[in-house]
Design a protein around this ligand. Structure first.
Ligand SMILES: Nc1nc2c(ncn2[C@@H]2O[C@H](COP(=O)(O)OP(=O)(O)O)[C@@H](O)[C@H]2O)c(=O)[nH]1
Ligand SMILES: [Mg+2]
Length: 259
C-alpha cells in the first residue's frame, strides 16, 4: 500500500473467502492506492477474516443488503476516514469485484483517465477471451439496450463492475440503483448529468460463471435488478412529459384568468 495516495479501492464482497485475500493484496499494490475497503455483505464464509488478514479495512453488513448498498457503505467508510484524518481532497473511488484475485494488479489503466481529469468514470472492458460471461449474455443485452435508449451511448460491457469514479461523480449518482442494477444505473445517471464516461480495456479476469443453480439464481437476480434500474429511469421522461403538459395547462388557465 502506498503511504500517501489519491485512490481508495472499494470491494463489495459476498462469499469471496477463496479469492478476496489475493484480490486485496493485488489491489493494495496499484499505483496511488493507499486504502482498500472490503464490504463483507453478510457472507457465510471466511471473507471477513481473509480480507482483514490481507490488510484491508473491512466493514461488515450483519445481513446481506445487496451490491449497491455495499458500495455505498464502502464509500461512506472512505469519507469518514478522510474526515477523521482531516484530509481535504477526497480520493477517487475504484470499485473492484472480489473475485479478480491476482489479476486486480492490472486495474491501473482504469485510474489514469480519472486522475488526469479526462473522465469522471471509467468502466473496464475485459478482453473477450477472458470474459467468461457464461449465460450472462441476455442480461448484458438488456442493460446495453436500455442504456442506449436512455442515453444514446453503447457500452461494450455495461455490467462490468470494475469502475473508477471521482468522488463528485459518485455523489452525483446517489442514491445508487439497488442491488445488481447499480452498474446500469450509474452509467445512465452520470451520462444524463453530462459526466464523461469512458470504457478502458484492462487485462482483468474474474471467476467463470457456471450453469449450476447458484449461477442461475444470480442471473435471475441480476435480470430483475437491471430491469428495475431501467424501469425507474425510463419512466422519468414520460413523467416529465406529463408534468410539462400539466404545467402548460395550468399556466394557460392562469393566463385565461380562470385561476
Ligand atoms: N455486496 C454484495 N456483493 C455481492 C453479492 N453477490 C455478489 N457480490 C459481489 O459482486 C461481485 C460480482 O459478483 P460475481 O458473483 O462475480 O458476479 P458476475 O461477475 O456478474 O458473474 C463480486 O465481488 C461479488 O462478491 C451480494 O449479494 N452483495
Ligand atoms: Mg465475477
Amino acid at each position: 500500500m502506498n503511504p500517501v495516495g489519491d485512490v481508495a479501492v472499494i470491494i463489495a464482497a459476498k462469499d469471496e473467502g477463496d479469492r478476496i485475500a489475493a484480490t486485496v493484496t493485488a489491489a493494495s499494490g496499484l499505483p496511488g492506492v493507499d486504502l482498500v475497503i472490503v464490504v463483507d455483505d453478510g457472507s457465510a464464509d471466511d471473507t471477513y477474516a481473509a480480507a482483514t488478514g490481507a490488510g484491508a479495512t473491512v466493514v461488515r453488513h450483519a445481513r446481506n443488503r445487496g451490491k449497491a448498498a455495499a458500495m455505498e457503505t464502502g464509500a461512506e467508510a472512505v469519507r469518514l476516514l478522510e474526515r477523521r484524518d482531516g484530509r481535504e481532497v477526497p480520493r477517487h473511488l475504484l470499485f473492484l469485484d472480489g473475485d479478480l484475485a491476482a489479476t486486480a494488479k492490472e486495474a491501473a489503466p482504469l485510474i489514469d483517465p480519472v486522475r488526469a481529469g479526462s473522465a469522471d468514470m471509467t468502466i473496464a472492458v475485459f478482453p473477450a477471451t477472458r470474459l467468461k460471461l457464461g449465460g450472462h449474455g441476455f442480461v448484458q443485452r438488456l442493460a446495453r439496450d436500455g442504456i442506449r435508449r436512455a442515453t444514446g451511448w453503447t457500452a461494450a460491457q455495461p455490467l462490468n463492475g470494475q469502475r473508477c469514479l471521482t468522488r463528485a461523480a459518485f455523489e452525483a449518482a446517489r442514491p445508487l440503483a439497488p442491488g445488481f442494477g447499480v452498474e446500469t444505473g450509474l452509467t445512465i445517471d452520470l451520462l444524463r448529468q453530462g459526466h464523461r464516461v469512458t470504457e478502458v480495456e484492462v487485462a482483468l479476469e474474474h471467476r467463470a460463471t457456471g450453469t449450476d443453480w447458484r449461477a442461475q439464481v444470480h442471473r435471475a437476480r441480476q435480470f430483475a435488478d437491471v430491469s428495475r434500474a431501467l424501469a425507474d429511469r425510463e419512466l422519468r421522461p414520460a413523467l416529465v412529459r406529463r408534468a410539462r403538459r400539466l404545467q402548460a395547462k395550468l399556466s394557460g388557465a392562469r393566463r385565461g384568468g380562470s385561476w
